[in-house]
Write a protein that binds this ligand. Structure first.
Ligand code: MSP
Length: 660
C-alpha cells in the first residue's frame, strides 16, 4: 500500500436522509470543511467525504406514509443536505449516497468475503429493536424493561433467524489496540468510555441482517436473497467505498486510512466498536483518529422536534449570513464538550467579535489609508516602538498558535487568539491615535501605524480564512489582493517576515459586518422564554443541591466538602472583558488541560499581573457564561473592606494538583 501519511482524508457521519438537517449536522460538516480548507492551504492532498445514509426502517416507514417508493423518498430528501452544504460553502470532494450502485456492489462484495471466511454465520435471534436508532439491544440493557437506552423510546421485541458477524472474537484485540493507540479515539475520555464498555461485558456478535418480510429497504445479502443488510453495517462501509475501495486500488491506497472520522458522541459505539472490528475482519488498517464532539443544546435543553427548539441552519444563514454562522459554531464549541445555541448569544458574539472588533479595525485602517495616503498602504517609516512590539507580539502569538490549535482540535482556542490579536490592534490604534498623528502632520509615525495595522489584518484574515472564507476574501480584497490571492491563502506567507503589503491599493470594504440590532420580536420572545426556563431550572438545581447537602447547625460533613473539587492552576493569559469593567478573562492550565475562566478581579489585578500566577480554582463547577463569555470554573479569592487577594499556594507545585 502506498504510504499516505502526507495525505489528509476526513469524513463526516452520513446523515439519515429522512431527517431535516439541523445545527448538529451543520456543525460537523463545517468543522470537516474548515479542517480540509486548512490542509489544502498547506498544499496537502486532501479528500473530504460526506453524504447520506439512505437504507433502513425509518426511510421505509416515511416512504409508506407518503405513498412513495423508498428510492423516490430518498431522491426527494437527500437534496436537503446537498443544498445546505452548498449554501454553507462546504467544499466536500464527494457526496456519497448509500443507494449509489457502486456502494451497494462493494458492500455485497465485502459481505460475501466475510461469509466465505466464516466470519458471518446464521443463527436464531431474540432482541429488542429501536427503530429511530436502527439498533438491537439485549433485554438487560433496556430502561424500564422496554425503553431504548439511547433515545428512551419504546423498543419492539423480535425473534427471528438472522446472520451474525463474529464481532466478539475481536474484543481483546480491540481493547489492546485502543490502549496502545492513544490517538485512535479522541478526546481521551471517549476512548475510556469505549474501553469501559468493552471491559464491562462480553462483546456479542453483531446481527448484520434483516429479513425482507420485515424490512425490505436495504442491500440484499449476496448469499441469501431473503435478507437485507443491517443499515449500520452498510453505512459504515461508506467511508471506504467513497474513496474507491474495490473500485480503484490506487485511489483507495492514496486516502486510506482516514485521518479523521468526525462523529457526534451518540454514535461512539458504532464507530469505535463495530467499525474497527469490521475493518479488522476485512484486513484493513484502522483510521488514525475517530473524534467525537459533543452536542449542541438549545440553551440548556436537548434539541428535539417535540420541544420545538431545533435550530434550522438555513434560517440562521439567511438571517445573519453564512460566514457569521460558521464563525459562531466554531468559536462557541470547545471540541469534545457540549455547547449551547441561543440566538441572543449568537447576536452578542456577532456584535462584539465581528462587528465591533474585527469589522471596526478593518474599517478604521482602510479609511485612514484612503484618507491620508490616497489608498496606498505605506511602508513603515519609524523604528519599532514599545507599542508596535506589544501589538506584533499578540499577532505573532496568534499566527504561531493557529496550526497547533488545529492539529490538536482546539479550533475555538485558535480563533480566540486571532480575536485577541484583533483586539490588540484596536488597542494599538487607541494608543497611537493615528487621527491625531494625521492632524499634527506626524506622517512617518502614521505610516508605521497604518502599515502594522494593515499587516495584522492580512495575517488575521489568513488565520480565519477557513472559518469565514467569503468574508476573509473580502477583507483581503480590501487590502489590495486580487481575487485569486484572496481565495488561496497560505500560512507559510504570514509566518514569514516579507513585506507584501506596502504599495498595495486599498479597496473600500464598506461595513464588513453590520451590527445586528435586535428588533425581531421572535428573538426577544424566545430569549425571554429561555430565560424564564433557565430561571426555573436554576431554582430546581438549587433545591436539589440543598437536598443533597445536609447542613446541620451550619456544619457540613467531610463528604459534602469533597463534592467541591479544588485544584491548582496556572494563568497562561489574561485580558479584560470588553465592556465589563470588573471582569478579567483568564486562560489557565489545569494539569495539561486548558480552560477559560472569567473572574471579577479587574479592579484589583491587571491582566499583566495575573499572567504566570498560580491560583486555586473550583474545578468541577458547571461551565457558565458571564457577560456572554464562557467560564469553566471559579477562582478563589479573599476579600475584605481593603481589597481582594487571590488565593495562591506556598511554593512550587504542579498545576492540576488537588487542594483539600
Ligand atoms: N446515519 C447515522 C450515521 C452513520 S455514519 C456511518 C446517523 N445519522 S444522524 O443524521 O442521525 O446523525 C448524524 C450526526 O449528527 C451524528 O454524529 C450525531 O451525533 C449528530 N447530531 C445529531 N444531533 C446533534 C446535536 N444536537 N448536536 C451535535 N450533533 C448532533 O446517526
Amino acid at each position: 500500500m502506498i504510504n499516505n501519511k502526507d495525505n489528509f482524508y476526513i469524513t463526516t457521519p452520513i446523515y439519515y436522509v429522512n431527517g431535516q438537517p439541523h445545527i448538529g449536522h451543520a456543525y460537523t460538516t463545517i468543522l470537516a470543511d474548515v479542517l480540509s480548507r486548512y490542509q489544502r492551504s498547506l498544499n496537502k492532498p486532501t479528500f473530504f467525504l460526506t453524504g447520506t445514509d439512505e437504507h433502513g426502517q425509518k426511510v421505509q416507514k416515511a416512504a409508506e406514509k407518503e405513498n412513495m417508493t423508498p428510492q423516490e423518498q430518498c431522491d426527494k430528501t437527500f437534496v436537503r443536505f446537498k443544498k445546505l452544504w452548498e449554501k454553507l460553502e462546504v467544499t466536500n470532494d464527494y457526496f456519497i449516497r448509500t443507494t449509489d450502485d457502486n456502494h451497494k456492489k462493494v458492500v455485497q462484495e465485502a459481505l460475501q468475503e466475510l461469509f466465505d471466511k466464516d466470519l458471518i454465520y446464521k443463527d436464531e435471534y431474540e432482541g429488542f429493536y429501536c427503530v429511530p436508532c436502527e439498533r438491537f439491544f439485549n433485554e438487560q440493557d433496556l430502561e424500564n424493561g422496554i425503553l431504548c437506552p439511547e433515545c428512551q423510546r419504546e423498543t419492539q421485541k423480535i425473534i427471528e433467524g438472522n446472520y451474525f458477524f463474529r464481532m466478539s472474537q475481536y474484543q481483546d484485540w480491540l481493547i489492546n489496540y485502543i490502549e496502545e493507540n492513544p490517538e485512535f479515539i479522541q478526546p481521551t475520555f471517549r476512548a475510556n468510555e469505549t474501553l469501559g464498555f468493552l471491559k464491562k461485558q462480553k462483546l456479542s456478535d453483531l446481527c448484520i441482517s434483516r429479513p425482507k418480510e420485515r424490512l425490505s429497504w436495504g442491500i440484499e445479502l449476496p448469499f441469501d436473497a431473503e435478507y437485507v443488510c443491517y443499515v449500520w453495517f452498510d453505512a459504515l462501509i461508506n467511508y471506504i467505498t467513497g474513496i474507491g475501495y474495490k473500485q480503484n486500488d490506487e485511489e483507495f491506497a492514496k486516502w486510506w486510512p482516514a485521518s479523521y472520522h468526525l462523529i457526534g458522541k451518540d454514535i461512539l459505539t458504532t464507530h469505535t466498536v463495530y467499525w474497527p472490528t469490521m475493518l479488522k475482519a476485512m484486513g484493513l488498517p484502522m483510521p488514525k483518529t475517530i473524534f467525537a464532539h459533543g452536542w449542541w443544546l438549545t440553551g440548556r435543553d436537548k434539541m428535539s422536534k417535540s420541544l420545538g427548539n431545533v435550530v434550522n441552519p438555513m434560517e440562521m444563514c439567511d438571517k445573519y449570513g453564512v460566514d457569521a454562522f460558521r464563525y459562531f459554531l466554531l468559536s462557541e464549541m470547545t471540541l469534545g464538550q457540549d455547547a449551547s445555541f441561543t440566538e441572543e448569544a449568537f447576536i452578542q458574539r456577532f456584535n462584539s467579535d465581528l462587528a465591533n472588533d474585527l469589522g471596526n479595525l478593518l474599517s478604521r485602517v482602510t479609511k485612514m489609508i484612503l484618507r491620508n495616503f490616497d489608498g496606498t498602504i505605506p511602508a513603515p517609516a519609524t523604528e519599532l516602538a514599545e507599542e508596535e512590539i506589544e501589538f506584533l507580539k499578540a499577532v505573532n502569538k496568534a499566527v504561531e498558535f493557529m496550526p497547533e490549535a488545529i492539529d490538536s482540535m482546539k479550533l475555538d482556542r485558535g480563533i480566540e487568539r486571532a480575536l485577541a490579536a484583533v483586539r490588540a490592534g484596536n488597542r494599538y490604534l487607541e494608543q497611537t491615535a493615528p487621527w491625531t498623528l494625521a492632524k499634527k502632520g506626524e506622517t512617518d509615525k502614521l505610516k508605521t501605524v497604518m502599515y502594522y495595522s494593515a499587516n495584522a489584518l492580512w495575517k488575521i484574515s489568513t488565520l480565519l480564512h477557513s472559518v469565514m472564507p467569503q468574508k476573509m476574501a473580502e477583507m483581503l480584497i480590501a487590502l489590495g489582493f486580487n481575487a485569486e490571492e484572496a481565495n488561496t491563502v497560505s500560512f507559510e506567507n504570514i509566518a514569514g517576515k516579507n513585506d507584501v503589503l506596502s504599495g498595495k491599493k486599498i479597496n473600500d470594504p464598506g461595513a464588513l459586518f453590520q451590527r445586528i440590532i435586535i428588533e425581531d420580536k421572535n428573538v426577544k420572545n424566545n430569549n425571554q422564554q429561555q430565560k424564564k426556563k433557565q430561571k426555573q431550572q436554576a431554582k430546581q438545581d438549587k433545591k436539589q443541591k440543598n437536598a443533597e447537602i445536609s447542613v446541620e447547625n451550619g456544619l457540613i460533613s467531610i463528604d459534602d466538602f469533597f463534592k467541591t473539587e479544588l485544584k491548582v492552576a496556572k494563568v497562561l493569559e489574561a485580558e479584560k472583558v470588553p465592556e465589563a469593567d470588573k471582569l478579567l478573562k483568564l486562560q489557565i492550565d489545569v494539569g495539561g488541560e486548558q480552560r477559560q475562566l472569567v473572574a471579577g478581579i479587574a479592579a484589583y489585578y491587571s491582566p499583566e499581573e495575573m499572567i504566570g500566577k498560580t491560583i486555586v480554582i473550583v474545578a468541577n463547577l458547571k461551565p457558565a457564561k458571564i457577560r456572554g463569555v464562557k467560564s469553566q470554573g471559579m477562582l478563589l479569592a479573599a476579600k475584605d473592606t481593603d481589597g481582594l487577594k487571590i488565593i495562591t499556594v506556598d511554593g512550587l507545585i504542579s498545576s492540576g494538583a488537588s487542594v483539600g
